[in-house]
Design a protein around this ligand. Structure first.
Ligand code: NAD
Length: 269
């Protein structure tokens, strides 16, 4: 592979991959609506609004793989989500179909399955149970991935990312944490695999609490190396023991499952 496109490259995960994947392929094509800074060796910067059909068609032309991170990354207004996550994701898959069918790693989210209870172990066949409009948009993206593979042969891996940060920020993240280095290894595995079909993959490290089973995706050969256990004492020391009946504890989506409908908030809040 010569060129990999990373959308959302001005964001947290995009910036991390920008650093970690430099030199892995000949060129990283980096895109966002946010500030991408200066071009470094091995990079092309292509600003693009994901809601712009023609712009996304040009963006995808000539790439061999796509890491699609761009979009609204938390709950938000319906219109924002429609543009960035529904329209934007459709544009990415449609552009891939029209431009040589590069494989796509789609950054889905645990919030597509956030209303499953924590004691339920989920595998690749788990039903979507979105916990937010954001989660609904990720379920939509996963279904696009399925459709574009079944009908047009566009391969993809939809990663239901747990919580990919430097370290877990709360008790829930002790279960959902994905270390940045495990994510980097996952990205490489996805693009180095001979085939992927349209696969759903859970993005969590080898944490003590395991809600998700990636047995169906063993063919990828990706195995997480890190564990949140090293942070347990620090996290538990900094946060109160939660009420097990709190919806934020009961459901895998945590506070997203417990929150009210976003559009009901007071104007300006
Ligand atoms: N970080 C995590 O733990 C986590 C967990 C689950 C899912 N994800 C998913 O991974 C992806 C990256 O997450 P992140 O934490 O880096 O989020 P982030 O918010 O830091 O980055 C998202 C980027 O997308 C860009 N963007 C938003 N709307 C856009 C539009 N209309 N056109 C072009 N670019 C647009 C933003 O400018 C931003 O730079 C997101 O899709 C998110 O939903 C992340």
């Amino acid at each position: 592979m010569k060129t990999i496109l990373i959308t959302g490259a001005a964001g947290w995960l995009g910036g991390m991959l920008r650093d970690q994947l430099n030199g892995w392929v000949e060129t990283l094509r980096l895109s966002d609506i946010g500030d991408l800074g200066q071009t470094r060796p091995g990079e092309e910067l292509v600003p693009c609004e994901l809601g712009d059909y023609d712009g996304v068609m040009r963006l995808v032309d000539g790439v061999d793989g796509i890491v699609h991170l761009g979009g609204q990354s938390i709950e938000g207004e319906f219109e924002t989500i429609v543009n960035a996550n529904l329209r934007g994701c459709y544009h990415i898959f449609e552009a891939a179909r029209k431009h040589g069918k590069p494989r796509i790693l789609f950054a889905s989210s645990n919030h597509a399955i956030g209303f499953h209870e924590r004691e339920t172990r989920l595998d690749g066949d788990a039903l979507h149970r979105p916990d937010s409009l954001y989660g609904v948009s990720k379920a939509f993206g996963e279904n696009l991935a399925r459709y574009y593979y079944d009908k047009f042969g566009v391969e993809s891996v939809s990663v239901r990312i747990g919580s990919c940060f430097e370290k877990p920020k709360d008790r829930r993240m002790l279960a959902t944490w994905l270390s940045p280095s495990d994510f980097v290894a996952m990205v490489k595995a996805v693009f180095e695999a001979p085939r992927t079909g349209a696969t759903v993959l859970y993005g969590a490290s080898a944490n003590r609490e395991q809600w998700w089973d990636n047995g169906h995706a063993a063919f990828l050969g990706w195995k997480p190396n890190d564990s949140s256990e090293q942070f347990r004492a620090e996290v538990e020391g900094a946060t109160p023991v939660p009420d097990p009946e709190d919806p934020a504890v009961r459901y895998q989506g945590g506070s997203f499952a417990a929150a009210g409908h976003f559009e009901d908030r007071e104007p300006g809040s």
